[in-house]
Design a protein around this ligand. Structure first.
Ligand SMILES: [Zn+2]
Length: 157
């Protein structure tokens, strides 16, 4: 299952990538471009725009209308519609920033690339596999919040 998200869905895009889904995020495309990209690349269109959603459906494309009132609602809705797994597995996770796969890296490789306090406190680190991004991730203090959000979204079902 692969997705194409419109420019209003940056937040949901990051969440889906964290969950391991392949999401292409297009900030600057117009409706026609989004529709043809969704068709050509066989990606489910995620949009916050009712008109675009209807247009996609009329053209026989798979699309989901996502209103981003809250992350919990958005994730819950997507999970109901598409049977998404709302569980983070870092073996599958993608970089929330660029969408490339991330991979576990040895701790010593991130020395000097993350704040000293972080380096001392955490054992496990992951790095984005895209050379132009190379962002480093760890299960920091925000991790608890991520899990809480996902739990809430699961319960909304
Ligand atoms: Zn990245």
């Amino acid at each position: 299952m692969r997705f194409l998200a419109d420019g209003m869905l940056g937040n949901i895009t990051r969440w889906l990538r964290l969950l391991g889904y392949d999401v292409k995020y297009e900030k600057l495309r117009n409706d026609d471009e989004l529709l043809s990209e969704s068709r050509m690349e066989n990606r489910i269109l995620l949009t916050a725009d009712v008109e675009l959603f209807r247009l996609a459906r009329r053209r026989g494309l798979e699309a989901v209308l996502v209103k981003e009132h809250s992350t919990v609602e958005g994730l819950s809705r997507l999970s109901r519609k598409l049977n998404l797994q709302l569980t983070v597995n870092h073996e599958r996770s993608r970089c929330p920033t660029c969408g490339s796969p991330i991979m576990r890296v040895e701790k010593r490789l991130v020395e000097g690339k993350v704040p000293d306090g972080t380096y001392d406190r955490y054992r496990r680190f992951w790095m984005c596999t895209s050379a132009s991004c190379s962002k480093i991730y760890w299960r920091g203090s925000h991790w608890k919040k991520i899990k809480q959000t996902l739990e809430k979204a699961k319960k909304m079902k």
